[in-house]
Design a protein around this ligand. Structure first.
Ligand SMILES: *[C@@H]1O[C@H](CO)[C@@H](O)[C@H](O)[C@H]1NC(C)=O
Ligand SMILES: *[C@@H]1O[C@H](CO)[C@@H](O)[C@H](O)[C@H]1NC(C)=O
Ligand SMILES: *[C@@H]1O[C@H](CO)[C@@H](O)[C@H](O)[C@H]1NC(C)=O
Ligand SMILES: *[C@@H]1O[C@H](CO)[C@@H](O)[C@H](O)[C@H]1NC(C)=O
Ligand SMILES: *[C@@H]1O[C@H](CO)[C@@H](O)[C@H](O)[C@H]1NC(C)=O
Ligand SMILES: *[C@@H]1O[C@H](CO)[C@@H](O)[C@H](O)[C@H]1NC(C)=O
Ligand SMILES: *[C@@H]1O[C@H](CO)[C@@H](O)[C@H](O)[C@H]1NC(C)=O
Ligand SMILES: *[C@@H]1O[C@H](CO)[C@@H](O)[C@H](O)[C@H]1NC(C)=O
Ligand SMILES: *[C@@H]1O[C@H](CO)[C@@H](O)[C@H](O)[C@H]1NC(C)=O
Ligand SMILES: *[C@@H]1O[C@H](CO)[C@@H](O)[C@H](O)[C@H]1NC(C)=O
Ligand SMILES: *[C@@H]1O[C@H](CO)[C@@H](O)[C@H](O)[C@H]1NC(C)=O
Ligand SMILES: *[C@@H]1O[C@H](CO)[C@@H](O)[C@H](O)[C@H]1NC(C)=O
Ligand SMILES: [Cu+2]
Length: 578
């Protein structure tokens, strides 16, 4: 009986039709709502034989993973049980019409004060890969950070073979001192902040530091498998090179955007960036273990933490090798020199959007507004009659178009939304440097910056081209610029001064990399394009935290469009107040 039903042509037609419909026309699957609770509290942590009390989420360091699918809504309740003011940023999430949930303190919200809570409410649209969350106030992100893992919609495969396992790998920076005290002191003296004592992988400094061998990240693998490593650079102030001895990495996704896959021994990742790589393990059990290491790429003139963090790639014991306690040889990767700018340029040139029919690169072709911003360091005079510890007794500053951003005491988004900008911000950010000079040549004698809370206003759907030009003031330096609320396309980059007559001819408008954080080359420039299709107030800043503290930041206001679905909704009732 059963067999005859299964063999009936009608049944086959139904099954075949269902199969064809499912495989050729996958039904759009609606996302689900996922709830998380983040209790911000103190926790004692020991690293490098120093125990200190850190601000953590749910007593975890690094913080908890958020796992969601593209299309899901997230409701994350953050409760502040510590004395510090807190806000959390969901780094790289587009926040389409949910700017109230973006998180940078005094930009989109007032901080969550002691005893208060706030529910971040947003939906993940058109992104898949790895992003991350971190505190966005002062230097608290040094211990408040964790991964956001965005899986494709149910039933939609990766554009590469499904990996055997997926592993987040987060780089951080450990200070034996309290990082809040480090930045407070630096801003008082005007000098550079003390550098970190170690880099970490998933919170662990590893065997190359004193008193740290117990705190080593170990990736246990089987031979002949493919692992997806979700790399995140959560370090405060350092771009990092990363490599695994005797293994090749295939880059498949950056900043939650698929890329044209390519293989590399070593990669570069700036603070704020994420990189998904496939690691194919050797087909046979090797009689060796392998270090994975990261150390900084440094272009500035200041002091920095030049140490190396290591984790261990360890193959499981072969099944027939019972009882073998032979100590295996350990291989260490060779990383580029600390100042290897040609490696950096070479590596970033290789990144291209996948730009397939399913995952197109919607590069703005027609530009409505062009901007030229210089980014770099500068000085201000000492605020007291004492000598400051910055260059020649001044204070270190950093600026965009020579404006060092002054943090407001009220949140910009509320001020904008309620039409009360008076005394909070000015919409007069310079779209071009007021004083022009050879930006990458001999710097001007006067290195003093101006300051203010200045913004650029963009009508809804403006298509923007922005040139970010490094300056040599106090030394040319790579600056990882991060834009909130958008991905942008990196259409061009080069060394020296941007040439508006020559350089645009070489722009890639076909498959440029799309991302949320880009390294402005040391002594060079980068050209980015984005469509301002997301109403709100959007922060843009260097993701080297010390430069942000010195004022290398500004914000864009994107106005509402005419249609109801082009407007920013009113703020949620629990939005913190200043
Ligand atoms: C951290 O350690 C200190 C000193 O030992 C102790 O007083 C405190 O209760 C600990 N805090 C936590 C959250 O465990
Ligand atoms: C989250 O935001 C959406 C869109 O603005 C809104 O419809 C929904 O009511 C909000 N949910 C909660 C729990 O606040
Ligand atoms: C690892 O690489 C080193 C240096 O290239 C080489 O000498 C060694 O044989 C390799 N070992 C294994 C197990 O692949
Ligand atoms: C790191 O810097 C210290 C102090 O400047 C120096 O002694 C050391 O040789 C440097 N280490 C490396 C690996 O460059
Ligand atoms: C990089 O550092 C090395 C060693 O300190 C130095 O010799 C070299 O000139 C530097 N290269 C660049 C491009 O700054
Ligand atoms: C640039 O990358 C290519 C391909 O990986 C490599 O052959 C070349 O040596 C690299 N050049 C530099 C300057 O690193
Ligand atoms: C200037 O320095 C003197 C001596 O250190 C001190 O007494 C005075 O208060 C300072 N004035 C200001 C404005 O900081
Ligand atoms: C500091 O002063 C010295 C000597 O007056 C000068 O050569 C140098 O360029 C100055 N540096 C800065 C950063 O202003
Ligand atoms: C800018 O300075 C650099 C470095 O000194 C020099 O090579 C270049 O020719 C200068 N450009 C202009 C336009 O003066
Ligand atoms: C800058 O300072 C140098 C040395 O102090 C001086 O020779 C030069 O004329 C100054 N340049 C300008 C444009 O003021
Ligand atoms: C801004 O610049 C003015 C004038 O130089 C200065 O008095 C003020 O202290 C600066 N404000 C900040 C926050 O740096
Ligand atoms: C926390 O934020 C509020 C509102 O901006 C501010 O008044 C207060 O001084 C801040 N507290 C601390 C400890 O920073
Ligand atoms: Cu910077």
């Amino acid at each position: 009986m059963g067999a005859s039903v299964l063999q009936s042509p009608a049944f086959l037609v139904v099954v075949l039709t269902a199969f064809i419909t499912l495989s050729i026309l996958p039904q759009p699957v609606l996302g689900i709502t996922r709830h998380y609770k983040f209790d911000i509290k103190l926790q004692n942590v020991t690293r490098l034989c120093h125990t200190k009390s850190i601000v953590s989420v749910n007593g975890q360091f690094p913080g908890p993973r958020i796992v969601a699918r593209e299309g899901d809504q997230l409701l994350i309740k953050v409760v502040n049980h510590v004395q510090n003011n807190i806000s959390i940023h969901w780094h790289g999430i587009r926040q389409l019409r949910s700017g109230w949930a973006d998180g940078p303190a005094y930009i989109t919200q007032c901080p969550i004060q002691t005893g208060q809570s706030y529910v971040y409410n947003f939906t993940i649209v058109g992104q898949r890969g790895t992003l991350w969350w971190h505190a966005h106030i002062s230097w608290l992100r040094s211990t408040l950070y964790g991964p956001i893992i965005i899986l494709p919609k149910r039933g939609v495969p990766y554009p590469f073979a499904k990996p055997y396992k997926e592993v987040p790998v987060i780089f951080g920076e450990w200070f034996n001192a309290d990082p809040e005290a480090v930045i407070t002191q630096a801003l008082q003296t005007g000098g550079g902040p003390n550098v970190s004592d170690a880099y970490t992988i998933n919170g662990l400094p590893g065997p190359l530091y004193n008193c740290s061998a117990e705190d080593t990240f170990k990736l246990k693998v089987k031979p002949g498998k493919t692992y997806l490593l979700r790399l995140i650079n959560a370090a405060l102030n350092d771009e990092l090179f990363f490599s695994i001895a005797n293994h090749t990495l295939q880059i498949v996704d950056v900043d939650a955007i698929y890329v044209k896959p390519f293989e590399t021994e070593t990669l570069l990742i700036t603070p704020g960036q994420t990189t998904n790589v496939l690691l194919k393990t050797k087909s046979q059990y090797p009689s060796a273990t392998f270090l994975m290491t990261a150390r900084p790429y440094v272009t500035g003139q200041g002091t920095f933490d030049n140490s190396t963090v290591a984790g261990i790639l360890e193959y499981e014991k072969p099944p027939n090798n019972v009882g073998s306690i032979k100590k295996l040889p350990l291989f260490k990767p060779t990383l580029p020199p600390l100042n290897d700018t040609s490696f950096a340029a070479n590596f970033t040139q290789k990144l291209r959007s996948l730009a397939s029919a399913q995952f197109p690169a919607n590069v703005p072709q027609k530009i409505d507004k062009r901007f030229f911003f210089t980014v770099g360091l500068g000085t201000s005079s000492c605020h007291s009659n004492q000598t400051c510890q910055g260059p020649n007794g001044t204070m270190f500053q950093a600026s965009i178009n020579n404006v060092s951003f002054v943090m407001p005491t009220k949140a910009l988004l509320q001020s904008h939304f309620s039409g009360q900008s008076n005394g909070v911000y000015n919409p007069n950010f310079p779209i071009y440097p007021l004083i022009q000079f050879n930006y990458t040549g001999t710097p001007p004698n006067n290195t003093m910056v101006s300051n203010g809370t200045k913004l650029v206003v963009l009508p809804y759907n403006t298509s923007v081209e922005l040139i970010l030009q490094d300056t040599s003031i106090l030394g040319a330096e790579s600056h990882p610029l991060h834009l909130h609320g958008f991905n942008f396309f990196v259409v061009g980059q080069g060394f020296g001064n941007f040439d508006p007559n020559k350089d645009p001819a070489n722009f890639n408008l076909v498959d440029p990399i799309e991302r949320n954080t880009v390294g402005v080359p040391a002594g060079g420039w980068v050209a980015i394009r984005f469509l301002a299709d997301n109403p709100g107030v959007w922060f843009m800043h260097c993701h080297l935290e010390v430069h942000t503290s010195w004022g290398l930041k500004m914000a864009w206001i994107v106005l509402d469009g005419k249609l109801p679905n082009q407007k920013l909704p009113p703020p949620p009732a629990d939005l913190p107040k200043c």
